[in-house]
Design a protein around this ligand. Structure first.
Ligand code: R5P
Length: 309
């Protein structure tokens, strides 16, 4: 069975394929001079895509990733349906419709944080993106989605998976934390899971976001003096949340502070900012980044196994 990838997700697809007993196929993908995307199922993989269940690994980030994901799914679906309308060359292969069996694995789901309508007239972008892509596949696996509730009752099954197990293993083997901190209430369930897997103490902070670059934490006494602490979140963007949480931990005597998350966005100089606040950074490879030291593939494999039965 093929695990396909396009412009994003190639490295994860390469690690994922053997976990599922499948073969990695790189789809053709390039850009026209005007920036538009071109994709194609490679000729030598047409029969494999038609004869077996397929998995596509693709991020819906940045915006071009959404378009790329839709085009890749469109090409795969056309091949599976035997759609040859307007074909300019001769084709001697199968032309029957081979039926459903296209699954999408999304390591990083873009627009995840726009999951509410804060003012009238706004779009719930997280939902709109899922509605767009679900027309093109038979099931979706999403890694550590910020707030899974936003994708309830979709038209295709959606499996939500988490890399917290692999993050816990990595933290335990590298730094052996005494204490796990969730930097806000939203990350409590993920951080608790890591603390339970490691078997160490846990607490959380209350965060107020002033704007995209500024956050405030409500002061709280934390029993971290002389301890190695890991802050666990779903994503790091500007790094503001982690840096402020680290400041609070240092003030209360933490010996070492490490940051861990699934999605390392690292926007606007976040890595340099983090370097002055934490002793180490752990992320999965859901997004390519210089701190991607945990594989997202095992979590996606767990979800795909559930989805594909
Ligand atoms: C928000 O609730 C998320 O879980 C993260 O805490 C947030 O996106 C991190 O953003 P930043 O790194 O910009 O503070």
């Amino acid at each position: 069975m093929p695990v396909l990838s396009g412009a994003s997700g190639g490295e994860i697809a390469e690690s994922l394929a053997p976990l599922l007993g499948m073969e990695h196929v790189v789809m053709e993908s390039r850009r026209f001079p005007d920036g538009e995307s071109y994709v194609r199922v490679p000729l030598e993989s047409i029969e494999a895509v038609r004869s077996e269940t397929v998995v596509l690994v693709s991020n819906t980030f940045p915006d071009s990733g959404i378009m790329q994901t839709i085009l890749l799914l469109g090409a795969i679906n056309d091949v599976r349906r035997g759609s040859l309308s307007s074909l300019k060359e001769e084709w001697k292969g199968g032309t029957d419709d081979v039926g459903p069996g296209v699954f999408l694995a999304i390591p990083y789901y873009g627009y995840a944080r726009q999951d509410k309508r804060f003012s009238v007239g706004e779009s719930i972008s997280a939902r709109v993106v899922a509605e767009l892509i679900s027309d093109f596949c038979d099931g979706i696996v999403i890694l550590d989605l910020h707030a899974p509730e936003v994708l309830s009752e979709m038209s295709v099954p959606v499996e939500f998976v988490s890399s917290m197990k692999e993050i816990a293993e990595s933290l335990q083997s590298d730094v052996s934390p005494d204490f796990i901190l969730s930097p806000d209430k939203g990350a409590i369930s993920r951080a608790t899971e890591v603390a339970e897997l490691i078997g160490c103490e846990f607490s959380y902070l209350e965060k107020t976001r002033i704007d995209a670059h500024t956050i405030e934490h409500t002061p709280k006494d934390l029993d971290v003096s002389g301890k190695i602490v890991a802050i666990v979140d779903d994503m790091i963007s500007t790094g503001g949340t982690i840096c402020r949480a680290s400041d609070a931990l240092r003030r209360q005597g933490a010996k070492e502070v490490h940051a861990a998350c699934t999605h390392g966005l690292f926007t606007g100089g976040a890595l340099s900012r983090l370097a002055t606040h934490v002793d180490g950074v752990y992320t999965t490879d859901s997004l390519p980044n210089p701190r991607a030291n945990v594989s997202a593939a095992p979590a996606l494999a767990r979800g795909l196994e559930r989805l594909m039965g």
